[in-house]
Design a protein around this ligand. Sequence first.
Ligand SMILES: CC(C)(COP(=O)(O)OP(=O)(O)OC[C@H]1O[C@@H](n2cnc3c(N)ncnc32)[C@H](O)[C@@H]1OP(=O)(O)O)[C@@H](O)C(=O)NCCC(=O)NCCS
Length: 156
Amino acid sequence: MSGDVVFVCGGPELIDKVEGLWKQLTLNSSRHSVDFSEHYASRCFDQRRRELRSRAERGKLRIDIAREAGSGHDLGYCASCVDADGLGTIESLYVHEHARDRGIGDQLMRRNLKWLKENGARSVVVFTVYGNEGVLPFYYRYGFRPKALMLEIKEQ
Ligand SMILES: CC(C)(COP(=O)(O)OP(=O)(O)OC[C@H]1O[C@@H](n2cnc3c(N)ncnc32)[C@H](O)[C@@H]1OP(=O)(O)O)[C@@H](O)C(=O)NCCC(=O)NCCS
């Protein structure tokens, strides 16, 4: 159980609040990536902010932040979007290393999946870095199953 954790939820106005956690997620992606570590390491939040705003303009965006009630520290977040065709995407999910195994990731997922369903998502996808397969059993719990493997030409 997450105990003394409160959840702050909203839309694009929360994008800038998740910058610090997004940087940790990107570092995590860089560490796990087999061939694209440098790509993830070089990603900047300005680019991510633009992407999320664009998703919000073309559909709907939801952000949930898990916050420690006493200290006000942000412990994790989940961002989701649904487009006009009913495709839902879990855009990001991250829980701070020291806050894991307290049910926070589970609550973030449940809240976002509920929102996606209520907001017209007919299917929901999530992408993860090739090399981060350790997270798959977590997603299996919510019904996700691997569907495709994406390959991209790596610029030398
Ligand atoms: C994946 C992640 C969000 C899970 O967050 P968390 O707060 O530790 O998860 P919870 O404590 O809510 O776990 C819920 C349940 O899932 C299980 N679980 C958590 N991570 C798991 C994993 N990698 N594999 C299998 N089960 C897992 C927990 O044991 C728990 O099970 P229980 O209810 O039977 O006790 C967190 O580990 C994380 O941020 N990882 C790094 C970022 C990442 O990989 N994000 C996904 C990128 S797409």
